[in-house]
Every structure is written in C-alpha cells, then in structure tokens.
Design a protein around this ligand. Structure first.
Ligand code: IVH
Length: 684
C-alpha cells in the first residue's frame, strides 16, 4: 500500500473505530462484535507502525496506551477547580433555594445530577481534539495526565458533530466501575500487591501510573458534567450537557430539570436507594441552577459556586466487635485513640479500624473492649465509632482508661485547659512527630520536595539519616544509594523490600537542591511553627522580610501584623529562642535556604504563576517582551532564556524560531499565544 492509500485507509479506519468506540463505551450499544472491532484496530495499529508520520495524536490507537509519562507536570488551571458546598439535610437545601431566590427573584429552574465519587478531571479541546487532561490538584494547579487519560475509551480524542468552541474545557469525574474495581483488586491480591480501599482510590492510583499501557488495562471510565467559562454559546447548563453529549462525551442519563423543592427531594430520595443498583459509586446528588445568566449573577465564594450545592447521602452504618484500642501519635503530638475492629464490610470496603477521636469522645461513648459498636463511614475515608450497643454489653466488661504516657517515646502526656486532645510534649524526640514535621517540610505547599514523598522520609529516618529538616541538606549520593526497607505486606504477610536505586537518589537530591529556590514565605510555613499556617507565613514574610527581623520582633510588633493575634505571636516568641531552633536555622541558612525576600516581590499582583517557568520568545502584538516578562514576575512566575523540561509554558509571538518550537513540542511543553497569556492573567 503506498503512502496515499495508507493515508486514506487510516482516515477511514480511524473514523470507523471512533464510531464503534462511541457506540460501545458511551452509548453502551455495541455496533459490531469484539472480534471485528479488534481486527479493525489491529489493522490501524499496523498501518501506523508502517507509516509513523501518518499517526495522528488523536488516533483511536492512543486508547491502547504505550506512552510513558516520566513526570506529571503541574499545570495551572485556566479556571480554578472549585468544590461544592455540602449539605446533608432538607433544611440545608431549602436554605440554598432561599439564598438563590433572594438574588434572582424570579422562578428558578434547577438541574439535579448524580454526584460521582471519583477523580475530578478537566479536559481541554482545541479544534475538536483533546490536547490536555489535568487533575484537580490543589484547585489552582493540577497534574497533567493527558497521556493516561487518552487511554480511556469513552473519552473522545476527536469530537463528533459540530458547534463546539475552538477551544474549551470540559470537567467531569473519572470513575472505576465496580466490576473493573473487583477485577483489579483480585489481580493485585494475586500479585501480592496491596488492594485499593475503594474505587475512587483505585481510579486515582491508576491515573498516576507512569506506563499508559497499564492504565489502558484498568478500564477507567468518566462522566462529564460541567463546561466552565463565560463565553459559551448556550443559555442553560442543561443545553451544555446536551451539546457535550452530541460532541461524543459521556453524560449521565440521570440529569433532570426540576422546579420545586419537592421535585429535588424526590430526586434525592430516589437515588439514596437506587444508588445501590448502579454499577459505579456515587456519594450524593448535585443541584445546579440551570440558567447560565442566573449562575453568573449568583457568582462564587472563594471555594465554591453559589449556584450549585451537593447533597451528600447519609453515611452507612454497621455494627461489629471492638477488639482493642491503640493510641496513635500525630505530627503535632496529638494522641488519637484508634479502635481495632472485627473486620466488617461497610459501604463497599472492609473496615478493620475506626477513629475514636480523643479522650473526651472515648469517655463519652463509654466504649469497652468486647463491646458491639456502631461504625459509620462518613464522606471521608476514615470510619468512626458512633455508639455502643449497650444491650449486648458483657457484665464483665471494664471501662477503658486513656494512657498517661506516649506510646512511642514514653514522655508524660500533657493537656492544655480547654483542648480535647492530649499531647506528647517531646516534639524533637518522638519519632512520629519528627517524621510528621519532615513530611510537612517537604510537602507540596511548603518546600515541594515531592521526590521524598511516599514513605521515603520514613526510610531516611529509620536509617538514622534525618532527624530534622536541616539534615536533608547534608544528604549525599553515597549515604542514600542502596538504602533499604523491608516491610510485611498486610495482604500476604510476606516480607517485601524497597531499595533506593540511582534514579531515586538523583531525584531526591535534585528535589532537595531545587527547594533552595523556594521563597521565604513558604520556607517559614515549612518550618512548622505552631499556628503559622500558609496565610500567616505570607503575612509575616511580607511584613518582616527576613527571618532575623522576625526573630527579633516582640509581642507588640508581632500583633501589629494583620491577622496575627496573641496566640500566634506567643507561639512565634516561644519558637525562636529555643537553642535547637537556633541551630536548625543556622544550618538551613548555611545550606542555602531563602530566609529573606526582596521587597520588590511584594509588588506582586498575585501568586498565580508561582512555581511556573516561562520562556518568552518572538515578537508580540500588544506588548514588548520585557513587559510580558515583568507581568510574569509580577504574578510570581519566573522567566528562563531557553526551553528545558522544567519550562511550564512557552509564550510564543511572531517569528519564534522553528528550533524552539520543535524543542517545546518534543518536550510536550504547551506553547501559548499572547492572547492565551492575557487570558491566564485575567483569570482569578
Ligand atoms: S459540578 C464549579 N457536578 O464533586 C462546580 N461536580 O464536591 C463544578 N462531582 O469538584 C462541579 N459529580 O469533582 C459537579 N454532577 C457533578 C459532580 C461533581 C461529582 C465532584 C466534582 C466536584 C466535587 C465537589
């Protein structure tokens, strides 16, 4: 077959496979047999192999996977990924309606939808082709998981029909249907891997696999429910859903329009029961104002839209036997009593442990070993004990008492008047507190050393290499290479081993090195001074500009700073004179950490580009290159002269060199126009 014939055949096959995929995975009405489908797909794969230049990035062969993601690049969301206000009662729904009536006045129509319990995803389409898939992340920035998302067969790589904007984003939820979840966990157990706790975790874990061919095997699926942006050619949310459906997206067939509270409650009550018959998990329903103009009038709070709300189903409950109570020590030293239970099935997972919160809760529940207790799984992963079945209590049972000393380090526990938690005061000597502080230090919003995540801190600590954050900066290749940890798998009770190889070690050291560029405000947050959260750290850094000035400040100077009250001020005043902290700061400073900031940084308009690196190249229509670079810096971003794998965006004008473009494309770095950039700047 010559090149021209191959091109034609590839186009025909791609179209046909696309249609069959849509029928099978989106509409659930297969249009040919599996065998016939496989034959078509194999032919396409073969032709693309023979003529690699003809393989399109949106070819249906992409669903098979094969692309490897070396690192999930962080990408800024064009529209922040907000969450929804949660409600649990009819009264809350009535309040929501009332608030809406106050703003809108007229009759309001709502759309009720299922609330899918999966992983939120934003897909960007340009000229009808999927170009980017990004997870929620922290709502401002998420991970680019495009290669993996392309393997999901119900997600169109090329849109059907017409009428879609040249560029738009669609949001939805990636889920793992029950059948695929069971199959996957079965396989994991066979392979000696830890099974996933629930389909949501499994979906999220699958999305983060490096080899997309593996992701393709997981049978992820997705439902789409939202088109963000204010320039859509539609009047209502429902129209958006129908349009998205016509473009090939999988839209839930259970979205309905309602006018009255009664209709909304009917929907809720129906699905509270019917959800058990679905082949995937939902955890509630979502109620949205249908009219897009009304949505705009209602607007947003910092966290969520005022035009939508979610109603979460009541948690499921079961009863089981309390076998024992363990006491866990958290990062702050707070002691949490944890119940070990006779394993029991609850909301799709086996529950073996549940939290008892603190000494007060433990006492007020009056739980005793051997009791039959009621366990509930709320919206979140950790189940809790909500009561005791006293009718089944044995006459021999004895009240439980709380511990007096730390189970990890033996220190006598303390409790501040007015607080419900007991604390281990041995901040610098108690292992979980030390590890917790280190985990906090490396966390994304602090020093962002993600190469040290996933239990690696534990390995370093267990090998005696780190006791505090300054020790991280003394780590060397030789100390790290070959470090090992053995652990017992909770599944097959066999011993497993992880060891640090060259690549892991290099990544760790690179991550530590780049943390030296983290700005002073985040360093201050990373130190983990009690009550100094992110916002407080920002205010303090902006006010004092250096750690020395902050350390010298007295109570009055501290409480002069906006948002700093006496409690925070006293915690800061107690932290700095501690000789251990003085030593720590000295070592961190010698290690090259940023302990001051330039006043010019304060002229920042926002932080929206913080952590992002731009390469500005070419000639622009409205602004000079320098002006654009200044704007980048004014929003916390950085400029670089050449493109590398660290580049977040290439801002391209006229006459950008073809070599640069090629390099950006090769590294998969988004190339944005002046208009795209200005739009990014103007977004919240
Ligand atoms: S609408 C601006 N609709 O629930 C609001 N979200 O708790 C856009 N979710 O972030 C979200 N099903 O990840 C919407 N039918 C649905 C949903 C849904 C599940 C998720 C989504 C959202 C979270 C909020």
């Amino acid at each position: 077959m010559d090149h021209i014939e191959a091109k034609e055949r590839i186009a025909v096959l791609s179209d046909e496979i696309r249609r069959h995929n849509h029928s099978y995975y989106v509409l659930s009405t297969p249009s040919i047999s599996d065998f016939e489908f496989d034959m078509l797909l194999e032919e396409l794969i073969r032709l693309e192999k023979e003529h690699p230049d003809l393989a399109e990035p949106d070819s249906p062969t992409q669903h098979v996977g094969g692309g490897i993601t070396r690192e999930f690049r962080q990408v800024q969301h064009k529209y922040p990924m907000l969450s929804l206000g949660n409600t649990y009662s009819e009264e809350d729904i009535r309040d929501f309606e009332e608030r809406i009536h106050k703003t809108i006045g007229d009759e309001v129509e709502y759309v009720c939808e299922l609330k899918f319990d999966g992983v939120a995803i934003g897909l960007t389409y340009r000229d009808g082709r999927l170009v980017q898939a990004v997870t929620r992340g922290d709502g401002i920035r998420g991970d680019d998981v495009t290669t993996n998302v392309k393997t999901i067969r119900s997600i169109p790589l090329k849109l059907h029909g017409s009428g879609f904007p040249d560029e738009f984003e669609i949001r939805g939820e990636l889920i793992l249907p029950h059948a695929s979840f069971e199959k996957m966990n079965g396989q994991r157990l066979e392979d000696g891997d830890e099974p996933f706790a629930n389909p949501r975790n499994a979906a999220s874990g699958s999305l983060k696999m490096l080899d997309s061919a593996e992701v393709a095997k997981r049978n992820l699926d997705g439902f789409f429910y939202y088109l963000p942006g204010d320039n859509l050619p539609f009047k209502t949310h429902y129209e958006c859903l129908l349009a998205a459906k016509s473009w090939g997206f999988k839209i839930s067939e259970f979205a309905v329009r309602c006018k009255t509270s009664e209709e909304i409650f009917d929907y809720i009550n129906t699905w509270d029961v019917a959800r058990h018959d679905l082949s995937f998990d939902i955890d509630g329903v979502v109620i949205k104002v249908n009219d897009l103009r009304q949505q705009e009038m209602l607007g947003y709070t910092a966290k969520s839209p005022r035009w939508a709300i979610s109603y979460k189903f009541r948690a499921e409950q079961v009863s089981t036997e309390l076998l024992s109570v363990a006491f866990q020590v958290g990062r702050t030293g707070a002691i949490t009593p944890v119940a070990n239970l006779q394993p029991v099935q609850l909301a799709g997972t086996v529950v073996k442990r549940a939290t008892l919160h603190n000494a007060d809760v433990l006492a007020s529940l009056d739980v005793r070993i051997g009791d039959t207790v009621f366990v509930e799984k709320g919206g979140e992963i950790i189940p809790k004990i909500i009561g005791v079945d006293f009718t089944r209590r044995s006459a021999e049972s004895v009240p439980l008492s709380f511990i007096n000393t730390c189970p990890e380090c033996g220190a006598a526990l303390v409790r501040t008047a007015g607080e419900s938690a007991w604390y281990c005061p041995n901040e610098n000597g108690c292992p979980p507190q030390i590890k917790g502080k280190l985990e906090h230090f490396i966390s994304r919003r602090a020093m962002n050393i993600d190469s040290l995540g996933e239990g690696k801190i534990e390995i370093l600590f267990d090998n005696g290499l780190v006791h505090n954050c300054a020790d991280l900066y003394d780590l060397t290749y030789d100390r790290l290479i070959g470090l090992e940890k053995t652990y017992e798998s909770t599944v097959d009770k066999k011993e497993k081993k992880i060891s640090f190889r060259e690549k892991t070690v290099t990544n760790i050291l690179n991550g530590i090195e780049s943390s030296k560029n983290v700005s002073f405000d985040r360093v201050l947050y990373a130190l983990g001074i009690r009550f100094v959260g992110e916002t407080v750290a920002k205010k303090l850094a902006a006010h004092f500009l250096s750690i020395e000035k902050l350390a010298q400040a007295d109570l009055n100077e501290l409480i002069e700073v906006e948002e700093i009250g006496e409690k925070i001020a006293r915690s800061i005043l107690a932290w700095f004179p501690d000789p251990r902290n003085i030593e720590l700061l000295g070592r961190l400073s010698a290690g090259g950490i940023q302990f001051s900031m330039d006043e010019s940084l304060l002229a920042r308009d926002s932080d929206k580009f913080s952590g992002l690196i731009f390469v500005v190249s070419g000639v622009f229509e409205n602004f000079s290159r320098d002006e654009l670079k200044k704007t980048i810096e004014a929003h916390g971003g950085k400029n670089a002269g050449s493109i590398s794998s660290k580049t977040s965006y290439v801002l391209a004008g006229e006459n950008m060199g073809p070599e640069k473009r090629k390099k950006a494309e090769k590294l998969g770095i988004p190339i944005i126009s002046e208009a795209d950039f200005l739009e990014m700047v103007s977004q919240h």
